[in-house]
Design a protein around this ligand. Structure first.
Ligand code: HEM
Length: 536
């Protein structure tokens, strides 16, 4: 869609403009006018004032002034790579998605990220990691926007701004950069016990991966697959690294964070450059699409719960290989726009209320971050499938649309494509029945916040438990508010008395008894507990 570039003599070169660096015999302005000098401003005499008429000076500085775009509101720091996904064909019996057919090969772009730090923050902090994959399939773009932790902090996306406000640096002093180690984060997760399981994963060794190449990835939500006959199956997505899962110790992470804050992005780029291409197997846990969408008593629409692999093993469906580094960080890693709503025929969403908010949020934020609605035209976001939409104009429109009638049916521009057969291969939502009272409430099946954290604690080896206890102790010791520490100990008591006692010991506080109600539950009228805005 980009215009061609032209040789210095005005002949089209056939090279898309977006592929050109500072090549050629001479520099030009953005208007293609040949430049004699780019190092000296136009002045009235060598020591005289700079003249306003110097267009080259103004153009050069103006463009520089606008080089930065807003960083992502979350997942601001990341590293990306290109690769290929090769399907084993083992999912072909549950989905009609072409890229999961036997032998299919699909180009991909993956972006790994930390969630909470700013774009310039260190890689080895304790945090959740993003693992987002764009599949450029022949049927359009499919994005699998996952994390390295299989559960999330909240059950309903309406609380996402709240958890992020609590976990980002304090609004007054803007510290700390790190996820934890501060009062508002611990205040939030101790008042919202649904966050207990995700927090525990963060405090475990999973919170400080050794390398992006050695992380698992999870789609977290349950998705719905559809086969060629329209039969549906529920699944959870898993990425399994061929190198295995490895973590840093806390001490290693601290030293590396100081010595090489770019450790993870350097590790990824160096590995790919040296030909040690990282690989992951994509797998699915498969569940029958029953009316209640439960499996073995687990609510599949609750993103704070896993389905243990002992109950549903992960079936490998294909292999991802990352084999090329981006050639331009800004153009690719910074401008890539993932979206949970980028789905292809054969894959649909479920009614997980966390997923519902994401389906709105990504597109919405990208309109600001990428300045307008045309970011699908940015090379890294372009589908590798023909695009024939009726979207027109807007900021940063680079397509030159032909025709006069961007509406259907029309009798001017080739008529209506919705003839018999035109819909073949089209995306069709699963025609599910929808009914219910309009309410703002969580289902009873979302109420258990401690069984899975307890299972997690019991599954850990002695050294992993030691690391977990140290992490809780260190992070909580950074809190200023005694009440926040005490309330968190009550939450830990609900998980396991030994975990609670050991952390309490480290903090020099008494360990509360299990099953004692937390010191403060959610206030019955949350509005009253808020610090009101100060009006001038
Ligand atoms: C960005 C994962 C929940 C809003 C991201 C990214 C990942 C991710 C991997 C980085 C994408 C990239 O590399 O560009 C997840 C997972 C979630 C979750 C696994 C829960 C299961 C949510 C929710 C919301 C949300 C509930 C909002 C209601 C955002 C926004 C961005 C983002 C606004 C920035 C996107 C951009 O600027 O392009 N998320 N997220 N996320 N997420 Fe989420």
């Amino acid at each position: 869609r980009g215009p061609d570039t032209f040789s210095p003599t005005g002949q089209p070169t056939g090279v898309p403009q977006d592929k050109v660096a500072q090549e050629g015999a001479y520099l030009t302005t953005a208007q293609g006018v040949r430049l004699r000098d780019t190092d000296h401003s136009l002045k009235a005499g060598p020591r005289g004032p700079v003249l306003l008429q110097d267009h080259h000076l103004r153009e050069k500085v103006m463009h520089f002034d606008h080089e930065r775009i807003p960083e992502r509101v979350v997942h601001a720091r990341g590293a990306g790579a290109h690769g290929v996904f090769r399907s084993y064909g083992t999912a072909a019996n549950v989905t009609r998605a072409g890229f999961l057919a036997e032998g299919a090969e699909t180009a991909v772009f993956v972006r790994f990220s930390t969630v909470l730090g700013s774009r310039g923050s260190a890689d080895t902090v304790r945090d959740t990691r993003g693992f987002a994959t764009k599949f450029y399939t022949g049927e359009g773009v499919f994005d699998l926007v996952g994390n390295n932790i299989p559960v999330f902090f909240i059950q309903d996306g309406i609380k996402f701004p709240d958890i992020i406000h609590a976990a980002k640096p304090h609004p007054d002093r803007e510290i700390p950069q790190a996820q934890s180690a501060h009062d508002t984060f611990w205040d939030f997760v101790s008042l919202h016990t649904e966050a207990t399981f995700h927090t525990m994963w963060n405090m475990s060794d999973r919170g400080i991966p050794r390398s992006y190449r050695m992380m698992e990835g999870f789609g977290v939500h349950t998705f719905r697959l559809v086969d060629a006959q329209g039969k549906t199956t529920l699944v959870k997505w898993h990425w399994k690294p061929k190198l295995g899962v490895h973590s840093l110790t806390w001490e290693e992470a601290q030293i590396i964070g100081g010595v090489d804050p770019d450790f993870h992005r350097r590790d990824l780029a160096d590995a790919i450059e040296s030909g040690a291409f990282p690989e992951w197997e994509l797998g699915i846990q498969i569940f029958p699409d029953t009316p209640d969408q439960m499996f073995e008593g687990i609510d599949l629409l609750d993103s704070t719960k896993i389905v243990p692999e002992e109950l549903a093993s992960v079936q490998p469906v294909g292999l991802l290989t990352l084999n090329a580094n981006p050639s331009n960080f800004f153009a690719e890693t910074e401008q890539v726009a993932f979206h949970t709503g980028h789905l292809v025929p054969g894959i649909d969403v479920t009614d997980d209320p966390l997923l519902a908010a994401r389906l709105f949020s990504y597109l919405d934020t990208q309109i600001t971050r990428l300045a307008g609605p045309n970011f699908a035209q940015i090379p890294i976001n372009r589908p590798h499938a023909p695009v024939n939409d009726m979207l027109r104009d807007g900021f940063h429109q680079s397509a030159v649309h032909r025709g006069v009638a961007p509406y259907k049916p029309n009798s001017l521009d080739g008529g209506c494509p919705f003839h018999a057969g035109a819909a073949e291969g089209a995306y069709v939502e699963v025609p599910l029945e929808v009914a219910g009272r309009k309410v703002r409430e969580a289902p009873a099946s979302y109420a258990d916040h401690f069984s899975q954290p307890r299972l997690f604690w019991r599954s850990l080896s002695p050294v992993e438990r030691e690391h977990l206890v140290s992490a809780y102790t260190f992070e909580l010791s950074k809190c200023y508010e005694q009440a926040v520490k005490e309330r968190t100990l009550h939450v830990l008591a609900e998980i396991d008395p030994v975990l609670c006692e050991q952390v309490a010991d480290g903090l020099g506080l008494p360990a509360p008894q299990p099953s004692q109600p937390p010191a403060a539950h959610l206030p019955s009228s949350p509005a009253l507990s808020q610090v009101g805005r100060e009006w001038p």
